[in-house]
Design a protein around this ligand. Structure first.
Ligand code: NAD
Length: 453
């Protein structure tokens, strides 16, 4: 008895029997997901509070509402998305029918992280089910409260013949990855992304890798420091900084740093009060291991704001570091916590050079009143996403894809991009069986035709 093999076989049989094919069956799964979100809103909020001290507001805007919107969009768009897409034809194929059919891959594995454990699990799931795949979901073992809800409650809302949750950490996920899947969708660190891709290569399984990295945030001299500080602080300290697309570090001139520091202090106090520890709106570090890692990063450069921490409830104050060297750990690894280093550059060109010397980030931010500055940063750099004068608001638009480039990942999803990610784009040309006379021209011998070309 191998429980993994048995489950995968069950799902494969469902797929082979074509059960996922009809739009009605897919819609029923999506409706189930929508009901799960509505029926268990409070349970999910509690689980997120237990895992990350996430406030109900942050849980709603960054997880539950986004999932509900994605379900609604997929339900509304299912028929048009599933329709064959006609393509342009040549003279040779005028009488044929040429189109792209989006067909499901088959059995899909979705592996997810702990920082937005509902959003990052259900958003890919919406795409995979809408596209007609059977799905194995492997949620993070670290966000235990949410993992429990996903494992025990979610399956009650989906057809068990096409969906299964499998639990475990690195060892169990490694075992799962030994099996053949038709598609693997992974969200997590670049380190584990490499492990997943190597395992997928053994079966020639295609992958989407949604990874992380260090997201630069350039602040030009020509902007209002308080406006920038409000926006940067909000997006850096949201979910206690444990956001893959959060601004990871600020690049600005020493002059701007001087203006930015009091503005950041003022924003932090306004958002979280004089004692951020007692704020109900500030999250906590997910576990002891990450707390210790972040505690180590507090020793880099010089603390300009915050810096306090308390191990007993994994609290780290919203912190700003200055005088940071490029070689220090805080500028080498993804921070993934409420710590914001500021690195000084003398010009826009120097900031661009700094960014281009490093791995391509998942997100890049530029703050300036000048469109010229913003456009130069956009034109000269590469990243998964680019936003000027704001944070990761782009994620609320299903018309924009989420995905990295280079070290920050490959592939993309959200909205229709999810449906496309989980679909094989099959090239179809349907030719009439008659009209053979027209085809005579292509058959050998070619002797007469060589001169005509
Ligand atoms: P992680 O890579 O440690 O774990 C992700 C998943 O992989 C988990 O389900 C875990 O159980 C599994 N896993 C861990 N080690 C494994 C191994 N050796 N073999 C097989 N599976 C293994 O990532 P995390 O700590 O959960 O999440 C943080 C990382 O995820 C950050 O780098 C962050 O930037 C990234 N992230 C990216 C996005 C995105 O959309 N691009 C979103 C959120 C988080």
């Amino acid at each position: 008895m191998d429980p993994i093999r048995d489950t995968l076989q069950r799902l494969r049989e469902t797929f082979r029997a074509g059960r996922m094919q009809p739009a009605e069956f897919r819609a029923a799964q999506l409706e189930g997901l929508g009901r799960f979100l509505r029926d268990h809103k409070q349970l999910l909020q509690e689980a997120l509070a237990q895992d990350l001290h996430k406030s109900a507001f942050e849980a709603d805007v960054s997880e539950l509402i986004m999932c509900q919107n994605e379900v609604d969009l997929a339900l509304k768009s299912l028929h048009p998305w599933m329709k064959d897409e006609p393509v342009a034809k040549s003279l040779l194929t005028q009488l044929d029918s040429a189109f792209i059919r989006r067909e499901p891959f088959g059995l899909v594995l979705i592996i997810t992280p702990w920082n937005y454990p509902v959003n990052l699990t259900l958003l890919p799931l919406v795409g995979a089910l809408a596209a007609g795949n059977c799905v194995v979901l492997k949620p993070s073992e670290i966000s235990k409260g949410t993992e429990k809800v996903l494992a025990e409650v979610l399956p009650q809302y989906l057809d068990q013949s096409c969906f299964a949750v499998m639990l475990g950490g690195p060892k169990e996920t490694g075992q799962l990855l030994e099996h053949k899947f038709d598609y693997i969708f992974f969200t997590g660190s670049p380190r584990v992304g490499r492990i997943v891709m190597a395992a997928a290569a053994k079966h020639l399984t295609p992958v989407t890798l949604e990874l992380g990295g260090k997201n630069p945030c350039y602040v030009d001299d020509n902007c209002d420091p308080q406006t920038v500080a409000n926006r940067v602080a909000f997006f850096r300290y949201f979910n206690a900084g444990q956001t893959c697309v959060a601004p990871d570090y600020v690049l600005c001139s020493p002059k701007m740093q001087e203006r930015l520091l009091p503005a950041l202090q003022s924003a932090i106090t306004r958002f979280y009060g004089e004692d951020p520890r007692s704020s109900p709106d500030l999250g906590r570090i997910i576990n002891e291991k990450h707390f210790q890692r972040l505690q180590g990063l507090l020793g880099c450069g010089r603390v300009a704001i915050g810096g306090q921490s308390d191990e007993s409830d994994r609290y780290i104050a919203p912190t700003v570091l200055v005088d940071v060297q490029e070689t220090e750990p805080v500028m080498q690894e993804e921070i993934f916590g409420p710590i914001l280093p500021i690195v000084n550059v003398r010009s826009l060109d120097e900031a661009i050079d700094f960014i281009k010397r490093r791995e391509k980030p998942l997100a890049l931010y530029a703050f300036s009143n000048s469109n010229q500055v913003v456009n130069k940063m956009l034109d000269r750099t590469s990243s998964g996403s680019f936003t000027s004068n704001d944070g990761f608001v782009n994620l609320t638009l299903p018309s924009l894809p989420l995905g990295g480039v280079g070290n920050s990942g490959m592939g993309r999803y959200h909205g229709k991009y999810s449906f496309d990610t989980f679909s094989h784009h099959r090239a179809c040309l349907l030719s009439p069986s008659g009209l053979e006379k027209l085809n005579e021209i292509r058959y050998p011998p070619y002797t007469d035709r060589n001169q005509q070309l």
